[in-house]
Design a protein around this ligand. Sequence first.
Ligand SMILES: Nc1nc2c([nH]c(=O)n2[C@H]2C[C@H](O)[C@@H](COP(=O)(O)OP(=O)(O)OP(=O)(O)O)O2)c(=O)[nH]1
Length: 134
Amino acid sequence: MKITLVAACALVDADNRVLVAQRPEGKALAGLWEFPGGKIEPGERPEESLIRELREELGITVKEACLAPLTFASHGYETFHLLMPLWICRRWEGRVEALEHAALKWVRPARLRDLAMPPADAPLIPPLIDLLGP
Ligand SMILES: Nc1nc2c([nH]c(=O)n2[C@H]2C[C@H](O)[C@@H](COP(=O)(O)OP(=O)(O)OP(=O)(O)O)O2)c(=O)[nH]1
């Protein structure tokens, strides 16, 4: 089974809310709420890839020193196995904008459980609650 590496980020605001982004129509898992990020391209370092994705998807600038590794998802989809490290980031430049997503929202970590998220994401919620509170 092919392993697909995806770098993802939980952006955290001053109230310890986390940013989630809704996958647009026409893509796999459309309508589900995900952490911003995307596939790591050949030749890219994961952090570099994540910083690029955050710029493309949200229009923000993130410094590598402001990314802290938190946890990862490992999930078997039908056609590939997803391995997705999750970083957290509290500091960036610019205002988040949905440049590639259908919508964005800031939610308390415990509220993530009420959102329709990709199945791979469920195990990412408890570490976020442990770190940030409910
Ligand atoms: N960014 C992100 N991707 C996630 C999450 N959970 C999850 O299962 N994924 C999956 C969905 C996709 O299969 C993959 C991310 O790929 P992507 O968003 O860059 O690519 P895509 O689906 O648009 O596919 P493609 O057209 O680029 O081939 O990881 C998540 O929380 N954030």
